[in-house]
Design a protein around this ligand. Structure first.
Ligand SMILES: NC(=O)c1ccc[n+]([C@@H]2O[C@H](COP(=O)([O-])OP(=O)(O)OC[C@H]3O[C@@H](n4cnc5c(N)ncnc54)[C@H](OP(=O)(O)O)[C@@H]3O)[C@@H](O)[C@H]2O)c1
Length: 335
């Protein structure tokens, strides 16, 4: 079997390697073996390699990649939701960048016949993350009901950020978008003309952020970036405001201390798709139906940056790390 494995923690360019001699995995209880069609290179996958996060399945510590689409090959004991031959999308796999992938059954979902494999590969992780984030925004007082201040939203041009912007637009939430590059800022303004956009690579961006806030209380800041952007957003939270951290695109330190939360009784809370499995059955079913409908109806919200064969992983990863990229890079099985 062909696939990518990691040889240790470190820069993905140094520690990822292609092999055509991997042993195809067999599903254990509660697991599904999927013959992969397309698999995404997500920011979190690369972060996990760099930081040496343990793979979710200790039996497959060298596995890389977490989400994609394919056809069910076989199922383990106790699996009832999907059967061999079903076309599915999956996430939470310990090693999705390989021809046969093992995923927990709770994270494997049938997809409609009309949904192309590459769109199906992007159907779950980002839309489900967006749903988790919007619930957290609501929970922490930033939702429409009673909110009188803007939500700060970093990396607003990312794939997840685009979904959050679309949701905020639909529900008439007041956002201030922080993006890094001038090109992304221009794209964002063209797409959502009512949303103020702050370019964090430009001199004086913090002053422009203050002007956009205009003294209104900031209840929530969505932060997938870290570093100085985190700090700037934390400093602008109003009384009892919450920084929702969900990623770390910037590896620089943010320079904030727990004691910084004491003034104005602010909070910093982590949000992760890993928490999704703990939601009740009805909510999860509703989320999956929503996600599949969304990518079918709005393929512009699941943009694909490029397709690469598994053996081209080094070029694919370099593409995924390019600052001018838009959309998500996919690895595909050899035709
Ligand atoms: N917690 C979870 O469960 C979860 C799930 C999914 C995603 N995430 C996180 O969500 C974030 C976005 O993921 P994605 O897949 O949507 O990413 P993506 O589409 O690959 O993100 C690309 C965007 O990120 C911005 N960016 C990249 N590096 C940056 C940096 N150092 N500083 C500021 N902006 C930077 C780029 O801005 P410019 O174009 O302006 O350069 C670009 O618009 C990541 O942090 C990811 O780990 C978390």
């Amino acid at each position: 079997m062909r696939g990518i494995v990691r040889t240790g923690p470190g820069d993905p360019a140094d520690v990822l390697t292609f092999s055509d001699r991997l042993t195809p995995p067999r599903p254990g209880p509660g697991q599904v073996a999927v013959s992969m069609c397309a698999t995404a290179i997500h920011a979190g996958d690369l972060l996990g390699v760099r930081e040496g996060w343990a793979a979710p399945d200790p039996a497959r510590p060298a596995g890389v990649g977490s989400a994609g689409s394919g056809t069910v090959q076989s199922v383990g004991q106790g699996v009832t939701g999907v059967a061999p031959g079903d076309r599915v999308a999956f996430f939470g796999a310990a090693g999705a960048w390989q021809e046969v992938v093992l995923a927990p059954a709770a994270h494997v979902h049938r997809v409609p016949d009309a949904l192309p494999d590459d769109v199906a590969a992007l159907a779950l992780v980002n839309p489900l993350t967006m749903r988790m984030l919007m619930r957290a925004v609501d929970h922490h007082g930033g939702g429409a009901a009673g909110a009188d201040g803007p939500i700060l939203h970093a990396a607003a041009g990312s794939a997840v950020g685009t979904l959050v912007s679309a949701a905020a637009d639909r529900h008439d939430l007041s956002l201030i978008a922080l993006v890094r590059s001038a090109d992304t800022a221009a794209r964002h303004r063209a797409r959502w003309p009512k949303v103020p956009v702050i370019t964090t690579s430009a001199d004086g961006w913090e002053k422009r952020l203050d002007e956009a806030i205009g003294g209104r209380p900031v209840r929530v800041a969505l932060d997938p970036v870290g570093g100085p952007v985190s700090r700037a957003m934390l400093d602008r939270l109003g009384e009892g405001g919450t920084l929702l951290s969900y990623g770390r695109l910037d590896s620089r330190p943010s320079g904030f201390e727990p004691f910084d939360l004491v003034r104005r009784q602010r909070a910093a809370v982590g949000v992760s798709i890993e928490q999704w499995a703990g939601l009740d059955d009805a909510t999860r079913a509703d989320d999956v139906a929503f996600a599949l409908d969304l990518v079918a109806a709005r393929p512009d919200l699941a943009e694909i940056a490029g397709h690469y064969d598994l053996a081209e992983h080094a070029v694919a990863v370099a593409h995924a790390r390019r600052p001018d990229r838009t959309g998500t890079v996919l690895l595909t099985r050899r035709p």
